[in-house]
Design a protein around this ligand. Structure first.
Ligand SMILES: Nc1ncnc2c1ncn2[C@@H]1O[C@H](COP(=O)(O)OP(=O)(O)O)[C@@H](O)[C@H]1O
Ligand SMILES: [Mg+2]
Length: 239
């Protein structure tokens, strides 16, 4: 039986360093923590997400719910997505990309149900976000069936816990211009730990079970990051 509720989510942005891979890892962590089956496709030729997954597995920060498929072409990604759907092998497919304008970006985009673009809170990042939004709008003119295009979502990233007036103004501007997801991604050390180790859920559990009582206060920040990621994931798939 095909899995009609399977969702394909691809991270896209006009430039590197905006948080695509971080956001992808956070969403993967959220989906796995919610007990969903997750498949990772690394469409960035630097292989950052694949390396992260291998490292996480090797050090017990992975999950039996999480699998990586190796692909060498867009045709292979499409075949994998079809197979996962037809045989009901997964609930989510997350595709990390090297960004818009890189190899494959248009062809990968049309395979997804949702595109997520992280945008950091700065004027120059907004300009880049603008280019990504324009790319998405123009995509509709390049495909055969614009109605089948994915939904586009912008996640504001690296938001400080103390928002300044300038940040608040930027957030207002973003909401007017982009399809902004209500929950923002804060700048968090937990996301750095996730980068270094693996799934947020696994990191939280490890700290929770640490016999050293000094580790207990370090559980909460990871759980908060996981809750943030869950809110973002739910907002994306709700649309
Ligand atoms: N919300 C965040 N909190 C802390 N660090 C972040 C956050 N988002 C991104 N980073 C850091 O910024 C850098 C670039 O992020 P990355 O996800 O690799 O961007 P991209 O995949 O778009 O190139 C990485 O070092 C990452 O750890
Ligand atoms: Mg990346």
């Amino acid at each position: 039986m095909p899995n009609g509720s399977m969702r394909v989510i691809a991270a896209m942005a006009r430039k590197g360093g905006s948080g695509k891979t971080t956001l992808t890892r956070a969403l993967i962590s959220a989906a796995v923590a919610a007990g969903r089956r997750v498949t990772i496709v690394d469409a960035d030729s630097t292989g950052v997400l694949s390396t992260w997954h291998h490292r996480a597995e090797a050090r017990d920060y992975g999950s039996p719910l999480l699998h990586l498929v190796e692909v060498q072409s867009v045709a292979a990604i499409e075949r994998e997505i079809d197979r996962l759907y037809e045989e009901d092998l997964t609930d989510f497919v997350f595709i990390d990309t090297a960004g818009v304008g890189a190899e494959w970006s248009d062809s990968v985009a049309v395979l997804a149900d949702h595109l997520v673009t992280p945008v950091m809170l700065s004027t120059s990042d907004f300009d880049v976000g603008e280019q990504t939004a324009l790319w998405f709008e123009k995509l509709a003119t390049r495909v055969d069936d614009p109605a089948a295009l994915p939904r586009h979502h912008v996640v504001l990233n690296m938001v400080e816990s103390k928002t300044t007036k300038a940040d608040a103004a930027l957030i207002q501007r973003a909401i007017q211009r982009f399809p902004v997801v209500e929950t923002v991604m804060m700048r968090r050390n937990a996301y750095k730990d996730m980068d270094e180790k693996g799934l947020l859920h696994a990191i939280a559990l490890e700290r929770q079970n640490d016999p050293n009582p000094l580790m207990k206060p370090h559980v909460r920040p990871v759980v908060e990051a996981l809750e943030e990621a869950m809110d973002i994931l739910n907002a994306i798939i709700a649309e």
